[in-house]
Write a protein that binds this ligand. Structure first.
Ligand code: ADP
Length: 273
């Protein structure tokens, strides 16, 4: 039986706007992400995508689940416990590369274990494994700003995985990458996710990316963002890139786009087909 991993209930958040006005970013958002998705008996966290137009409150929602911001009303539970702030059970990957520029690739990945009291000798095998898993062999001693955007995002993913978070929150992590690198990174992410069994909540405004990655897609309306659809994605795992050519994939694209168009105020969603 699947257990609820993340539960977001009746959550609203507004910000101070110009001339004393309020900008309502999110309105009464509720959804749940399951703990285990195991069609073949394997224990695997669910891969959920929050899809919606720019400015609909996706980042705000993710930041609140990470404990970096707080709702005005409503609540967020992870494993049944209210989120009061950041915690080691949740890791976050941002669009902007967030590695420490003064540390090498290996030291960036070892950083989380180190501040949690794990010695370099103890974390060495894990760091080596993660470097291999994200395809950075040979770059252990490189500094992040000497690497391409895709490679820097590989470092960020490995850094997050090194803390063994149960939940990984990803805020448009491939948004700044070119199409080819983005496709490569999507495959890489699915590969490492299937190994880690973490629950992933991934934010994007790209329909193709959402369908390729997700077990389920939550569609947000334009601001104030609210969940307007919860769409299960029927493709199995592992997922090969050529599913994008399948008739069923195109049908999903049309279905997801139709849902986005039905959502109030949307229409500026970028699609890559
Ligand atoms: P998305 O990630 O979907 O693009 P965001 O969550 O970044 O959307 O922003 C949603 C809305 O909330 C936007 O109108 C944005 O300007 C506003 N907003 C977000 N954070 C703040 C803040 N700290 N102060 C004021 N307004 C904010």
């Amino acid at each position: 039986m699947n257990k609820t991993k993340i539960s977001v209930r009746n959550l609203s958040r507004s910000f101070a706007g110009p001339n004393g006005s309020r900008i309502e970013a999110l309105h009464n958002v509720s959804f749940e992400v399951a703990d285990a998705f195991s069609p073949d008996g394997r224990n695997l966290g669910e891969f959920s995508v929050l899809l919606g137009p720019s400015g609909c409150g996706k980042s705000t929602l993710l930041r609140m689940i990470a404990g970096l911001d707080h709702p005005d009303t409503g609540e967020i539970l992870v494993d049944g416990k209210p989120v009061g702030g950041p915690g080691r059970d949740r890791g976050m990957v941002f669009q902007k590369y967030t590695s420490f520029p003064w540390l090498t690739v290996a030291d960036n990945i070892a950083y989380g274990p180190r501040i949690n009291g794990v010695s370099a000798a103890e974390s060495g095998p894990l760091v080596a494994h993660l470097i291999e898993a994200v395809g950075l062999d040979g770059f252990e001693k490189s500094y992040p700003d000497t690497l391409s955007g895709g490679m820097q995002q590989r470092v960020a993913i490995a850094r997050t995985l090194a803390n063994h978070p149960q939940v990984i929150l990803m805020d448009e992590p491939f948004g700044a990458l070119d199409a080819q690198t983005r496709g490569d990174m999507q495959q890489l992410l699915l590969r490492v996710w299937e190994e880690t069994a973490s629950t992933i909540l991934f934010v994007t405004h790209d329909v193709d990316e959402a369908i390729f990655l997700a077990d389920r897609i939550f569609i947000l309306s334009a601001r104030p963002g609210t969940i307007v659809e919860d769409i299960p994605v029927p493709f199995g795992r592992p997922r090969a890139p050529d599913i994008r050519q399948a008739e069923q994939f195109h049908e999903m694209q049309h279905h997801v786009l139709a849902c986005l168009r039905r959502a109030p105020g949307t229409g500026q969603v970028r699609v890559s087909i």
